[in-house]
Design a protein around this ligand. Sequence first.
Ligand code: DHE
Length: 544
Amino acid sequence: MKVAKKLFTGLVGAALLSITASSPANADEVPHLTKEEMKKASQIYFDRCAGCHGMLRKGATGPALTPEALKERGLNIPAIEAFIYNGTPGGMPDWGKQGVLTKEEINLMARFLLNEPPPPPLLSWKQINDSWEVFVPVEKRPTKPANPNWKNFFGVILRDVGKVAIIDGTTKELLNIVNTGFAVHILRTSSTGRYMYSIGRDGKATVIDLWMEKPDKVAEVKVCYDARSIDTSKYHGYEDKYAVVGCYWPPSFVIIDGKTLKPITRHSTSDYYYDTKDYVREARVASIVSSHYDPLWVLNIKEAGQVWLVDYSKVDKGTVKVHMIDAERYLHDGGWDLSKRYFLVAANMRNKIVVIDTKDKELEAIVEVGTKPHPGRGANIDHPKFGPIWCTGHIGENRIACIGTDPEKHPDNAWKVVKWIEMPGVGGGNLFIKTHPNSKWLLADRPLNPDKELQRSIFVFDKNSFELVKTLKVPKDFPGRAVHEEYDENGSEFWISVWGRKDQPTAILIYDDETLKLKHIIKGDWVRTPTGKFNVTNTMKDIY
Ligand code: DHE
């Protein structure tokens, strides 16, 4: 077993050091950047822009940002600066107003965008293997859980400080802060719940053993430069055996060992658009879920607009079977319906929800919703009138759409929006909604709304009547936006992050689900930029 001592560098790190400003075809039109400026701009672009606009700047969730595309839209340096400073109602953050980028950096980025994008680096299999490190070998790990509350632990992402806090959801005690690396995006658990996995924007996967006295990372590996998703083998017989990382760059998926993270295999996802059949180099892996009914993962290939069902049953024999389903472009986030047969995923720039039937392995439906749906994993409600429904919020408008998901017992409602829920105030900006089978409520945040009050509010709707019951406000002491809701294992309380700046501690707010009163605040100097929170039981069982 190889043990790498090498520290992970940022994405662009050494690989982009050699890149200089592109030589202008026409010196009057292409602003010159020094080597140092190019390096800095490339890093900022990767950190802040590539997720939505793509490494090659061909556009996805955000519009194309190649010099040609900008020129076609008549955008010069001051106009580009204005976009970066103010953001847009479509969901682009106001990097200047928020104080994330200085005026000088905004000017640098405007000039950078008028240059051709530098070619992004590739990552060799050797580099991946060299990055693999096991801190605690499997045979030295505990044989039983040290803490009886472990199934109610929460992993909390401390995004901009590159850490994950493990908190006992029963006692609210901070158990450990695990160093996971740059801008962790999501956490998922193994099928038994024992292992918690993080994936960073830098493509680094980390596995944390929750059975340890002090839960800590037991292995890590960097499988790509840019990633957003990870999941594990959840099918019976494959528990805790494999994990899969979905990469943005290089566009690929990488299968790793579930307990040690040893790299096993990887496959490119560069493909042809499902509709035009033209080649798309940057076909990135967005969300991934793991089927409970078959040994397969559902991978959403964003730009190509395809859903890949990846069968992992023969990975040990060197075979990975991929079943490709044409769907819709710009697939992003999504979740299971109540029965966990159907996977619903947002084609966000097409204002649609794609429904995949994982039993029959085919496209079940495409449902028209509102502007830029952003479900997170969505929210499932067993409604007295509509039957099982799955809901999504939107970045681009202030409504929540609920879709019927039971074609057998409620065929009239299936794959239709049966209810639109209006949120108060103007504009969208919703990122996450959530509920729990034991809760009466449907919760919704609004962190991307330009209105400061709405950014700091959580809207609580009655799950049956869909009426707004209460608006919860972040207490004044804590600067930042309210983002991402998560329940404890019993659905008796829910947690909200106050997403502030890296230099200011904020808080995690815990509300009693019955009374909707703020019952506990987790705070301290370590509470910096909390974003996603993941309860072990809910994540393991896909409860949302
Ligand atoms: Fe996310 C989920 C991609 C911006 C916090 N985010 C996801 C998923 C994808 C994704 C593909 C689904 C993973 C899965 O289920 O397997 N997110 C992206 C982007 O490309 C985007 C738009 C821009 C970027 O550069 O990353 C983006 N996301 C954000 C944020 O700005 C958020 C609020 C804070 C952050 O970390 O940057 C954010 N995304 C989250 C969270 C989830 C998520 C907390 C998981 C939600 C859940 O409940 O499962």
